[in-house]
Structure formats: structure tokens, C-alpha cells
Design a protein. Structure first.
Ligand SMILES: NC(=O)c1ccc[n+]([C@@H]2O[C@H](COP(=O)([O-])OP(=O)(O)OC[C@H]3O[C@@H](n4cnc5c(N)ncnc54)[C@H](OP(=O)(O)O)[C@@H]3O)[C@@H](O)[C@H]2O)c1
Length: 258
């Protein structure tokens, strides 16, 4: 097992399942100790035990709702109390919502904005000064392949436009922080087979167009192990068979809940 991140500490949000759990395993597989967060502590604790046992690293699980500033502060404080350092932040927690815009519940907007955009920005703000002091750090932001579509995918425009904002923020952050030795990388995954897309599986004509997390894990491993003077700014990992003109989601899709 490679130990390139031995002695480093990685915070991973949304790490109880899906892409986040896979990326926590990627960092642990490189030797990093972990601080993992998600709202539901049961699955989070299970993930922590599984990762610690498999990769022989220390894993701290902190229940955390990324929409709440006090939870983000608690996550960072607990990480610093235990490990006294934060080298890597994998900002991943996210929620999906697919509706024709006119049907989208009003309360969806705040939830999406707080989880998929503000949660990311706030958590970075909370760790960045320590990274600046250390003159090193790596921030990985989970964006979305949907930001490559113009216009954005139908029935998905609030989610996707927040990810466009996150992508723009990440790129700007790279320019602002590069002289401090901090890397900022956006990952743009295509449609990946996780709980987030679970309902899509039932309505996707060709399920081979749903990816597993494997290629995303490889992309993040690459981002975390490139030479010191290199920063992969954006890595898009999309399905080879995905023509942007024919989305995975059927064109006249209704919300899967309907
Ligand atoms: N799957 C895809 O096709 C795809 C494609 C492009 C981008 N992405 C992005 O990749 C990221 C992960 O997606 P996924 O497919 O792995 O989703 P997932 O399987 O639904 O997992 C989401 C994770 O985030 C946590 N989470 C959700 N809301 C949270 C909150 N408010 N605070 C803290 N943790 C929260 C969940 O745990 P709790 O519910 O216990 O909090 C869970 O651990 C998201 O940012 C998503 O937008 C996914």
C-alpha cells in the first residue's frame, strides 16, 4: 500500500457512503488519517470503523450538517484537537434535486445552496488560515459534470448552477492561494451510481452509462500525489458513452418521486 500521505490529515465531508466514502478510502489508502463527517452518525461510525480497520489509519467520525455553521466549526475544532493539523480537505457532501423549475419546492433552494455551495465555501474559510500558515494544503471540491453542459441539463438547473458557482469559486481560489503552496482541485464527475442517483437507475435506459466511483477515486489519487509544483485545477471524469446532447436522464423526465 502506498504511503504518500502518511502523517497527513484529511477531512472528508459526506463520507458515510457514495463518492465521499470512496474518497475517504482513497486518502486512507495513501496513508492519511481521516476526519469524516455526515449528518447521520450510525452509518458514519460504521464507515469510520471499516476504514480504520482496512487501512490501519486513525479515523475520527464527527456528525456534521454542512448547512450549519456551528457544525462546521465543531468539525474543524474536533479535527484540530485530535490531530493538531489539517492538510487535505475533500469537500464532497451534497444533495441532488431534480424538478422542472416551476414545480421545484421553494424550500429546496435554500437547502441546495447551503449544502452544495455555502457549506463548501464556509468549510474552506475555516481551514484555510491554518493551511496558509503551514504553506501547504490541498482542497478538493466535488463539482459536477453537469457544469460542462451549456445550457444546463433540464430539470436540474438549480443544482447545476450552484455547482457552476462552486466551480468558478474553486478556480478563483486557486489563483488566490497558489502563492501559499495550496492546491485547489475541482472534480467534475459524470452520473455515478450512488444513492444520490439511485432513483435514476430505474429510469435510465442504459445503466452502463452510470459510472462507478472507481475513476473518481483515481482522479483524486492523482490530484493528491502529483509533484509539489503541479496543481490539477479541474478533472472531469465522465462516461465515455455520454453524449452531452442525449442526457442520461430521459428528456421528458418527471421528478423520480412522482
Ligand atoms: N452521484 C453522481 O452522479 C454525482 C455526479 C456529480 C457530482 N456528484 C456530487 O458528488 C457528491 C457526493 O454525491 P454522492 O453521489 O456520493 O451522494 P450520496 O451517495 O447521496 O452521499 C451523500 C453523502 O453526503 C452526506 N450529506 C448529505 N447532506 C449532508 C449535509 N447537509 N451535511 C453533511 N453531510 C451530508 C450523506 O450523509 P447523510 O445523509 O448522513 O448526511 C452522504 O454521506 C455531491 O456533492 C454530489 O453533488 C455526484
Amino acid at each position: 500500500m502506498s504511503q504518500e500521505l502518511k502523517g497527513k490529515v484529511a477531512i472528508v465531508t459526506g463520507a458515510s457512503r457514495g463518492i465521499g466514502k470512496a474518497l475517504a478510502a482513497t486518502a486512507a489508502g495513501l496513508g492519511a488519517n481521516l476526519v469524516i463527517g455526515a449528518r447521520n452518525s450510525g452509518p458514519l461510525q460504521e464507515a469510520a470503523s471499516e476504514l480504520a480497520k482496512k487501512y490501519k489509519v486513525e479515523v475520527l467520525a464527527v456528525a456534521c450538517d454542512v448547512t450549519k455553521l456551528e457544525d462546521l466549526e465543531n468539525l474543524v475544532n474536533k479535527a484540530k484537537e485530535k490531530f493538531a493539523r489539517i492538510d487535505i480537505l475533500i469537500n464532497n457532501a451534497g444533495v441532488s434535486s431534480q424538478y422542472p423549475f416551476q414545480d421545484q419546492p421553494l424550500e429546496d433552494f435554500e437547502r441546495l445552496a447551503h449544502t452544495n455551495y455555502l457549506g463548501y465555501v464556509r468549510l474552506i474559510r475555516l481551514v484555510i488560515n491554518d493551511m496558509i500558515k503551514n504553506k501547504s494544503g490541498a482542497i478538493i471540491n466535488m463539482v459536477s459534470g453537469s457544469t460542462l453542459c451549456d445550457p444546463l441539463p433540464r430539470n436540474f438547473i438549480v443544482y447545476s448552477s450552484l455547482k457552476v458557482g462552486l466551480r468558478a469559486f474553486s478556480k478563483g481560489l486557486f489563483w488566490e492561494l497558489r502563492d501559499h503552496g495550496i492546491k485547489v482541485t475541482s472534480i467534475l464527475p459524470g452520473v455515478t451510481d450512488t444513492d444520490l442517483t439511485g432513483k435514476l437507475k430505474e429510469i435510465t435506459g442504459d445503466t452502463s452509462r452510470l459510472m462507478t466511483t472507481e475513476a473518481i477515486e483515481n482522479a483524486v489519487r492523482f490530484a493528491l500525489t502529483v509533484p509539489q509544483n503541479v496543481c490539477p485545477l479541474e478533472i472531469a471524469v465522465i462516461n465515455q458513452q455520454t453524449p452531452w446532447t442525449a442526457p442520461v436522464i430521459p428528456f421528458k423526465q418527471q421528478h423520480p418521486g412522482k
